[in-house]
Write a protein of this length. Structure first.
Length: 241
């Protein structure tokens, strides 16, 4: 446990993607191990909360495919889907040894990249990618299966048909940026951001912190001083039972 505590305390943007494969290996080697699962969840949550910084590191580009799938399949990767696609493409290019932009790929390079993205592309929520980005950045790679491309165009043309669908591919990921400054809605509780925004009626509504009892004081006066006159608001309380 001391080793795990040390790693948890030193987890940062540059080493999180280095630890992740080891966490997955530990979890697979000893299924049900609470310590291993806790470490994996902590590492995954950290990368999710700091996704835009983590995907720029060399450790991310060197992730094994199963670790990348673990991340990309998560609801709590705090990135817009266009950026998820760009990160996955950067990973695939690195793995395939391709440095040229899409327009200059040879057929052999295109095939290598498509092979790298096989098994990963299904976890990128293609249906949520902006139409212009899809046409200019995604489709030209040839990495998206034809049936998925056709479904993407149907979704863009008739979005109302999918309004009440529970298909995970059209559910936006939860972003830490939605509730800026919150310490309670993070880590394993990050999914609560999506629930709160579903109650509000806007899945991408952004909020800012007005009051934190541990900072501003545990009094009714402090609460009203910071919160009165602001609306709409959520009051979030951590209760230990």
């Amino acid at each position: 446990m001391c080793c795990e505590d040390h790693i948890n305390s030193t987890l940062n943007v540059h080493n999180a993607c280095t630890f992740l494969p080891a966490c997955l290996e530990m979890e697979n080697r000893v299924p049900g191990n609470k310590s291993g699962r806790s470490f994996l969840d902590r590492c995954t949550a950290y990368i999710g909360e700091n996704a835009m910084e983590c995907v720029k590191t060399s450790a991310f580009l060197n992730l094994p495919k199963d670790a990348l799938i673990h991340l990309v399949s998560s609801d709590y990767l705090a990135m817009e889907e266009e950026d998820v696609w760009r990160a996955v493409l950067a990973w695939a290019k690195h793995q395939a040894g391709v440095t040229q932009p899409t327009a200059h790929w040879t057929e052999e390079e295109r095939a290598r990249i498509t092979q790298q993205m096989s098994g990963v592309i299904n976890y990128v929520r293609i249906l949520l990618i902006d139409s212009q980005v899809f046409a200019e950045e995604v489709e030209p790679t040839g990495a998206v299966p034809m049936e998925l491309s056709l479904e993407r165009y149907r979704f863009a043309a008739l979005p109302n048909k999918f309004t009440h669908s529970e298909d995970k591919r059209i559910q936006p990921r939860t972003s830490l940026k939605l509730f800026q400054g919150s310490q309670l809605l993070s880590g394993e509780k990050l999914h609560l951001q999506r629930i709160l925004n579903s109650w509000f009626g806007n899945s991408k509504q952004m909020w800012r912190l007005l009051y934190r009892a541990s900072t501003h004081g545990y009094t009714a006066e402090a609460f009203h001083y910071h919160c009165d006159g602001h609306n709409p608001t959520f009051v979030i309380v951590l209760v230990s039972i």
